[in-house]
Design a binder for this molecule. Structure first.
Ligand code: SF4
Length: 362
């Protein structure tokens, strides 16, 4: 099966249109491939990924480690080293092609048109420079302003992200901030140039639950105020329910399910998404047995034939013949169902979900 089947930018753009949201896709990823040559062979980290995202919406990209969610988002940011990564396909941000830009062009793009918040502010903030200096640096790189104007902007941003006493705190070093405050400072750094595209890579994983909720609220508020497009990378479906408009579930370097958050969390169509839902422990009521997904994610050096999920899928016996092991399913949009799409050979997955999976969800 060729990758042609998953090149569906028209489908994805139509998805946004059918929902009556902002018509224009600000971020448009088409047939993205990211590969890393290694001594053991070619690591196929992303294989023909397509999606789009309009301004004002949040897309959660969900999947286990090695699913390609972070690697694909780093490609959107132009963060891969051209000497070690092979990138093909198209990534358009505000209509501008990112694939193939020079390092100099990428420097002017990063932090201005797009910005990224990382998981671990401790290692992303430089310990020898004040918080204010680090916010100011990003601002002055893209704006020809004096130091005092940049400092005023840093104070404004710290205030905007809820740091108390920003005039005093702007001169603090990272070690003088708590974990939650450091993450807020990272968000201030990311947003200092009003980027239209924000990518947040597991930004709350290292934080305790209360601070996590505050940071999620902050990102939602800021998105509303700035009108940005947000890509939120996470493995936590609880977080997704809080923050996302749409979900893209990734497995072994590709999208296996895509659609509005209420649809994907309410009636998912793909056995892998079912497995993710079944792996979430219940927070209330009687303790329920968990149903973790058996096995481990595949090596990206040797992705299984046919459906990449087939070695772990308890439903492959329901599909006639050897389709699951020999034929890669297409990402098929469901007609009249708000543009949701799933990559699975199983017939009537909604019925299977309602009758078999739903009753055993925690
Ligand atoms: Fe399971 Fe087959 Fe669907 Fe893959 S295509 S998820 S193996 S039923």
């Amino acid at each position: 099966m060729s990758d042609q089947s998953i090149r569906s930018p028209q489908t994805v753009t139509r998805t946004a249109r059918t929902r009556g949201v902002d018509e224009e896709a600000y971020l448009e990823v088409t047939d993205l491939q990211v590969q890393f040559p290694t001594a053991d062979g070619m690591v196929k980290a992303v294989q023909g990924l397509s999606y789009s995202l309009p301004l004002g919406r949040t897309l959660a990209i969900v999947g286990e480690s090695g699913s390609g969610k972070s690697v694909s988002s780093m490609a959107v940011m132009g963060l891969h080293d051209a000497r070690t990564a092979r990138i093909s396909g198209s990534i358009k941000v505000g209509g501008r092609q990112i694939v193939g830009l020079s390092e100099k062009e990428l420097e002017s793009y990063r932090g201005k048109d797009s910005a990224m918040i990382f998981q671990d502010p401790q290692s992303s903030l430089h310990p020898y420079f004040t918080i204010g200096d680090q916010i100011m640096e990003g601002y002055r790189t893209h704006n020809n302003v004096s130091r005092s104007k940049a400092k005023a902007r840093a104070i404004e941003m710290l205030d905007r992200v809820g740091i108390p006493n920003p005039r005093r705190r702007v001169d603090n070093y990272p070690h003088e901030f708590s974990g939650g405050m450091r993450q807020r400072a990272m968000i201030a750094m990311a947003l200092v140039n009003d980027p239209k595209l924000l990518i947040a890579d597991e930004p709350t994983t290292a934080l305790d639950v209360t601070v996590q909720a505050q940071i999620l609220d902050l990102i939602s508020d800021l998105q509303r105020d700035f009108g940005s497009a947000v890509v939120f990378i996470t493995h936590d479906l609880g977080v997704v329910a809080e923050i996302a408009d749409d979900i893209l579930v990734m497995y072994a370097g590709n999208a296996i399910e895509h659609g509005p958050v209420d649809k994907i969390l309410g009636t998912p169509l793909h056995p892998y998404t079912w497995g993710l839902l079944e792996s979430i422990p219940a927070l209330a009521g009687e303790p329920q047995p968990l149903h973790p997904i058996p096995g481990t994610p595949p090596s990206l050096l040797a992705v299984p034939s046919g459906c990449a999920f087939h070695p772990r899928c308890e439903f492959r016996g329901r599909v006639p013949g050897d389709l699951c092991t020999t034929l890669r399913p297409e990402l098929i949009p469901r007609t009249g169902d708000q543009g949701r799409a799933s990559r699975c050979h199983l017939k009537e997955p909604d019925h299977v979900f309602q009758s078999e999976i739903l009753p055993r969800l925690p």
